[in-house]
Structures are given as structure tokens and as C-alpha cells.
Design a protein around this ligand. Structure first.
Ligand SMILES: [Zn+2]
Length: 267
């Protein structure tokens, strides 16, 4: 019996999009994602939402419906240049405001200016954050070992259309195509920063994979993969124990098998 992991609904690959800074161009980007049923995570700066070029706090529940609202700090400071009490305030206050606006616990964030160190990690974990995205690019489709230092595949300017073929042939288990950026970059029309590029990506990606890919938010990937990492198999590999409330999927001898909470017999 050969056993492999699958993503939610038995999918073999996943795509997630991650956009920072809540500029008003998020409206057009969300509309684009909705058209293609692509899911995004939006890292918002709740202390700056009265600025003209940011989306408004009141828009959050409707604009980002079906996507994930995530933190990016209250005012976007450099985390290594402020006292830890200030850092704590920046993150907790951001979390509180966004949760009040979106109506669910906000558990993820992305690092403003990409800065992360030991003090930052300690503070974020104490505030209840379970994942945090860096400003780096791994240029691969691997899942992170540590979700608190989650480096995505790449910024959207790194030839994401060219990477579709690499993703199609990615050989390792559970490939994830993780794209990040800022929607205000698209009107620049320089290099790969253009609306035409991201529209073409969405079109080509969904035409290539249709519904064989799981389109998920960052937190959905975190929740699913974390649950998958907690399962136990019996020594003879005929039973699996899933301690989480998530329904998981395995591939057993080439067939998808649903693994509900509790014990499932594989044969
Ligand atoms: Zn930012």
C-alpha cells in the first residue's frame, strides 16, 4: 500500500496569493481574483485606512469577503527600530481593529518592511499569530518548515507566468505556488508590474489547472498543513488518527481517501 498526502478536496497542488498595504487597487485585484475563483490574503495597515489611497475600514467585510483579512501592523514601522512595547501595541491594536471589522480572529500577518528577528518572533507568538510571511522569495514551491518565517515562492514581478510550467511539473509532495506583492505596483506598467500581467497570469493559470488545484488563502494552507503534520499512522499503516477538526485527504494506492476527525481505517 502506497500512501501520500493530498491537499483539501483531494487536490495535488495549491495556489495562494498574498497582498500587502491595502491600497485602493486592492478593489480591482479582488475583482480579478473573484472572476477566476482565486483566493487571496490581504495584509492590512489598520492605522492608516483613513488615508485616501488606502481602502476604508468599513469596506473590509464586503471587499474582502471570501478572502482572508490579515495583519501587517498598525502603522508599518521598522520592527528593529522601535521598543518591544511599541511592537506589541502595533500588532495587538492592528489585530483588534481588523477583528472588529472582519468578524473573526485574525491569526496571520506579513512583516512590514520584511523585518524579523528573535524579539519580533517572541512578541508575535505571544499575541497569538500562527503564521507570518517574509519579504523574500524561495523561487520554489515548497511548504515552509516554520510558518512564522514563511517565505513564498516569489514576488509577482518574478516571471510568474513563466513559472506556471515549472509548477505543472513540480515533483515534490504538496507543491504550493505562493505569490506576494502590492496591488499599487500594477499601475506602474514597468517590467512585470502591470494589470495586463496579473490578468494574464490568472487566465493562464486557471486554464492550465482548472479545478485540479486548491485555491486557498494563507491561513487555510496553514490550518490544513498543520493538521496534516499532526496525524499518526498505526505501525502496520492500516489506520490513521486525525486529532484535528479538519477533514484531510490521503492518496492510498493512487486513490483519494477522505480522513475525517478521529480514526480512519485505510483498508
Ligand atoms: Zn507593507
Amino acid at each position: 500500500m502506497r500512501i501520500k498526502y493530498l491537499y483539501k478536496y483531494g487536490k495535488k497542488k495549491a495556489l495562494t496569493m498574498s497582498y500587502d498595504d491595502c491600497s485602493t487597487e486592492d478593489r480591482r485585484l479582488v475583482e480579478l481574483f473573484n472572476r477566476y475563483h482565486i483566493k487571496g490574503t490581504f495584509h492590512l495597515i489598520s492605522g492608516q485606512m483613513e488615508n485616501d489611497w488606502r481602502v476604508k475600514l468599513e469596506e473590509i467585510p464586503t471587499l474582502y469577503a471570501g478572502h482572508e483579512v490579515s495583519c501587517h501592523s498598525l502603522t508599518h514601522p521598522f520592527f528593529d527600530q522601535i521598543p518591544k512595547e511599541e511592537l506589541l501595541y502595533e500588532m495587538l491594536e492592528d489585530k483588534k481593529r481588523l477583528e472588529a471589522a472582519c468578524g473573526y480572529p485574525v491569526r496571520g500577518m506579513s512583516y512590514p518592511n520584511g523585518i524579523v528577528n528573535e524579539d519580533v518572533l517572541t512578541c508575535l507568538k505571544a499575541c497569538g499569530f500562527v503564521y507570518a510571511r517574509t519579504a523574500g522569495s524561495s523561487e520554489n514551491f515548497k511548504l515552509p518548515e516554520d510558518f512564522m518565517q514563511w517565505t513564498g515562492t516569489c514576488h509577482h514581478s518574478h516571471d510568474i507566468i513563466g513559472k506556471i510550467e515549472q509548477f505543472r511539473t513540480a515533483y515534490y509532495a504538496l507543491p504550493l505556488f505562493y505569490i506576494w506583492g502590492h496591488s499599487f505596483e500594477f499601475p506602474r506598467n514597468s517590467g512585470n508590474n502591470s494589470w495586463a500581467m496579473i490578468e494574464e497570469f490568472c487566465d493562464r493559470f486557471t486554464a492550465t489547472f482548472e479545478d485540479s488545484v486548491w485555491y486557498a488563502t494563507n491561513i487555510e494552507i496553514y490550518d490544513y498543513v498543520t493538521a496534516l503534520r499532526r496525524v499518526s499512522l498505526s505501525a502496520d499503516r492500516t489506520m490513521v488518527f486525525n486529532p484535528s477538526a479538519e477533514t484531510l485527504w490521503f492518496e492510498v494506492d493512487g486513490e483519494p481517501v477522505e480522513i475525517k476527525s478521529g480514526v480512519t481505517k485505510l483498508k
